[in-house]
Design a protein around this ligand. Structure first.
Ligand code: XMP
Length: 317
């Protein structure tokens, strides 16, 4: 029977003993796991924890600045590194999903490694790995490991030579959330939908350009804000928008348009291994579709994804 209070007390003690006066570096992603790991470590070792939050240019709209401010407000020792241009230029011309993931993984490691070298005498790398991540990366033959190479686990270049500390590696997601609540982390942050490490890159089918990223950020933002204001956000496990690599004909005033199509996706799930599409109210879909087409230049058609996993996946790439 899991008790978050006891876990926190025990883990903080364990971390203090294990880490002593060593410096630790941790990559924050804006997600629940890395945030909870950081706050736990912050309680144990305070300013010896160096957090790095990298903008890969593929986060949600305004997310880098908002989340960075939130982290600072929580008292974390965090450095924001805006590497958006670097990621986007390395991704230019790449359409293959796995090549996108590998490129982002590689550039992330390069950026992170450069930053860690700036921290004098750092000894440890902390990660927000949770139990399902451990299982998934061990079972290389498991479906999601072979179909999509998740880059949250491992991926540590030898030359970093850091010891690894993973305070959440025995916990399930709901336990991580409960620990986060005990630590006083903002419930809104703890209730955030999962968001893939490669970010919007795998929701832009085909090649990625800064313009496409901006269109998708705007569409996604209308959709997510809509879910929140209709009280639907917490009823959905994960939601997002996908920018399709096709144009469709539309009409605006007397003019014929030929613009982008976006798909909306909202799923119910417990662990992401299986998922059902959510029966969002028609009134909501109607409002959000109108808002997207009216507010986001370059989009003239919205479709809703009604596929379940399996046989579809949650992401389109
Ligand atoms: P799929 O598309 O495989 O997604 O049904 C299942 C869950 O995993 C997330 N996902 C990823 N997360 N790196 C990540 O960190 C990835 O490359 C990746 N691909 C998919 C997806 O958002 C969903 O929550």
């Amino acid at each position: 029977n899991f008790t978050p209070n006891a876990f926190v007390e025990e883990m903080v003690g364990e971390l203090k003993e294990k880490l002593g006066n060593d410096k630790v570096v941790l990559g924050l992603s804006g997600g629940v796991d890395s945030t909870v790991a950081a706050v736990l470590l912050n309680q144990a070792i305070g300013k010896n924890l160096y957090c790095i939050f990298v903008n890969n240019g593929l986060l949600r709209k305004n997310e880098f600045q908002n989340v960075l401010n939130q982290y600072k407000g929580m008292g974390l020792n965090v450095k924001g590194v805006d590497a958006g241009d670097r990621f986007l230029s390395e991704l230019a011309g790449i359409s293959d999903p796995e090549t996108k993931r590998k490129t982002i993984g590689r550039v992330f490691i390069e950026v992170f490694d450069d930053e860690s070298h700036l921290i004098e005498d750092v000894k440890w790398l902390a990660q927000g790995t949770i139990y399902p991540d451990v299982i998934e990366s061990v079972s290389v033959k498991g479906p999601s490991a072979t179909i999509k190479s998740h880059h949250n686990v491992g991926g540590l270049p030898d030359y970093m030579k850091l010891k690894i500390v993973e305070p959440l590696r025995m916990l399930f997601k709901d336990e991580v959330r409960r620990v986060g609540a005990t630590l006083g982390i903002d419930p809104e942050l703890l209730g955030r939908h999962p968001f893939p490490g490669p970010g919007l890159s795998i929701r832009i089918l085909g090649d990625i350009t800064p313009d496409k990223v901006q269109i998708l950020q705007d569409v996604d933002s209308v959709f997510i804000e809509g879910l929140k204001s209709w009280g639907l956000y917490d009823k959905v496990w994960q939601a997002g928008a996908i920018l399709l690599p096709v144009n469709s004909v539309g009409v605006m005033g007397d003019e014929r348009t030929y613009e982008k199509v976006v798909a909306l996706r909202a799923v119910e799930s417990t662990d992401g291994m299986t998922a059902d599409w959510v029966h969002l109210p028609y009134d909501f879909l109607m409002k959000v579709s109108n808002d997207i087409i009216n507010k986001v230049k370059g989009v003239n058609r919205v479709v809703y994804d009604i596929s379940s996993k399996p046989p579809a996946t949650i992401e389109w790439e």
